[in-house]
Design a protein around this ligand. Structure first.
Ligand code: ADP
Ligand code: MG
Length: 472
């Protein structure tokens, strides 16, 4: 018996097609044993990241200390850069976890993502200007500036709540003259060039914002996790455990016994020791803008799942096992198959998979008429890729829970991102992974809470906390 025979997926096709799909099932499987190995390694890497600079999982101190009480009030701005859109928001915090928000979205073009940082910051400042003009009451002469929390979701080495340099770009950004520079100062300069009455009060990673936003209503929230364009997480750590860090003399975070750590977990296992990489992952990695970096992220997040599936489909096409051996221009193009298609295909409950047929033949432009077996195979590939992503995310979440001694305790995990929100069964597969790691009873005590676009609210809360602390 071959190992693949342990997998029992069936499509209405030939023996060769069935064999191929079960082969893929095996390649994309993360067994319980492997899940344990990855989780253990994850705990080890967290420890290294807390111990010294330069570790693979960076474990960056966020300078966010203390928990929101829910009583925070006032008007604060938030900016969110780091994924598909740029968002500018104004939050009115009303206390008791209540708030209202005005917001506007702006598109960040590929030219800006790959151009010069000054142009990107000018564009952001222009967007803030537009938003203020259309939606806000500006402070009068002699009044205090508006305080802004800047959600900047890339690895930033912070030295203060509103100071930090960009370590490297991820998620398809490669803007020039940015790495090694202070992200808050660069933005503040662009804002000041326009004479806007705005102070960049805090740099906020989106995971940290998500955690704080949920903690505004539920102070016991354990982690903030992003499963969107990219993936990352943050959690409360005892400052005594952050061995590599000591506060500067006048640092307001001195004396706090806990601080949120931005893990930058997308970088996990760049050494390729435990992740079950397939040839499809290797190809995605090789063709990416950040080769050999963010391998965990590339197996999990929304930017990449469609791309992994596309490569698996091409492999089957080349063996004449899919679409009668014919591809399409979109399918032959990098990023030509969106992760959202996989969601739509997995949600297709029609007997003949007619919605899948429409996506493949009309949207993706597969030349020949697809067979039911073709459509079933594509659906299976989506299932495998999504399930694997969720199980790997579970190993990260499980690693943090083990490290923090939270296994078996009631825990809330705040999660934001379209992948978690829309990809079928994502939460189910994460929970299944946690059940295999810790048992049913412990897994049942974990609650996953969707904190949609929580990072904006979190950034506003953090800007408020920073502003309040700064006044002491
Ligand atoms: P961001 O992470 O950029 O802040 P989102 O959380 O909205 O924004 O995530 C966007 C990512 O989610 C995109 O990269 C896309 O691949 C993925 N995505 C968008 N819509 C869907 C969907 N319906 N199903 C699965 N993934 C989706
Ligand atoms: Mg987001």
């Amino acid at each position: 018996m071959t190992a693949a025979a342990a997998y029992n997926h069936q499509v209405d096709g030939t023996e060769a097609q069935n064999k191929a799909i079960n082969g893929l099932a095996q390649e994309f499987d993360v067994t319980t044993e492997r899940l344990r190995t990855i989780t253990n390694q994850f705990v080890e890497e967290m420890r290294k990241g807390l111990d010294h600079e330069g570790a693979t999982v960076a474990m960056i101190p966020s300078y966010v200390t203390g928990r929101p009480t829910g009583e925070e009030v006032g008007r604060y701005l938030a900016l969110d850069l780091g994924g598909t859109n740029l968002r500018v928001c104004e939050f009115e915090l009303k206390g008791k976890g209540d708030y209202s928000v005005k917001q506007q979205k702006f598109v960040v073009s590929d030219a800006l993502k790959t151009g010069d940082m000054r142009d990107l910051c000018d564009y952001i400042a222009d967007s803030v200007d537009t938003f203020l003009t259309e939606h806000c009451t500006l402070p009068g002469e002699g009044e205090e500036k508006l305080q802004l929390g800047y959600t900047f979701s890339f690895p930033v080495l912070q030295t203060e709540i509103n100071r930090g340099v960009l370590k490297q770009w991820t998620k398809g950004f490669s803007t020039k003259n940015a790495v090694g520079k202070d992200v808050a100062l660069t933005l503040q300069e662009a804002i000041s060039r326009r004479n806007l009455p705005v102070n960049v009060a805090a740099i906020v990673n989106d995971t940290v914002g998500t955690l704080m936003a949920y903690a505004y209503s539920f102070p016991d929230t354990v982690m903030g996790v992003i499963l969107g364009t990219g993936t990352n997480a943050s959690y409360y750590e005892k400052t005594a455990n952050i061995k590599k860090w000591s506060p500067a003399e006048n640092d307001v975070s001195a004396g706090s016994d806990e601080m949120v750590v931005n893990m930058e977990w997308g970088a996990f296992d760049c050494e390729r020791e435990v992740l079950p990489l397939t040839m499809y992952d290797n190809k995605v990695n090789r063709q990416s803008r950040n080769i050999h970096q963010q391998l965990f992220e590339k197996m999990i997040s929304g930017m990449y799942l469609g791309e992994i599936a596309r490569n698996a489909m091409l492999q089957l096409i080349d063996q004449y096992l899919l679409f009668n051996g014919e591809s399409s221009p979109a399918l032959n193009t990098q990023w030509g198959f969106e992760t959202a298609y996989l969601t739509a295909i997995e949600n297709d409950k029609t007997a003949d998979l007619s919605e899948t047929k429409q996506i493949l033949e009309e949207t993706v432009g597969v030349a020949s008429s697809t067979t039911l077996a073709d459509r079933q195979m594509v659906k299976k590939i989506g299932e495998f890729v999504g399930r694997r992503a969720a199980r790997l995310a579970a190993s990260g979440i499980g690693g943090v829970m083990s490290h923090c001694g939270k296994v078996g305790q009631e825990s809330i995990i705040a999660i934001d991102g379209s992948l978690f929100e829309f990809y079928p069964k994502f939460e189910h597969h994460i929970r299944e992974g946690l059940t295999e790691l810790f048992g049913q009873e412990a897994a049942n005590k974990v609650r996953f809470a969707l904190a949609r676009d929580g990072s904006g609210l979190g950034a506003a809360i953090i800007a408020m906390m920073a502003h309040k602390h700064g006044k002491h």
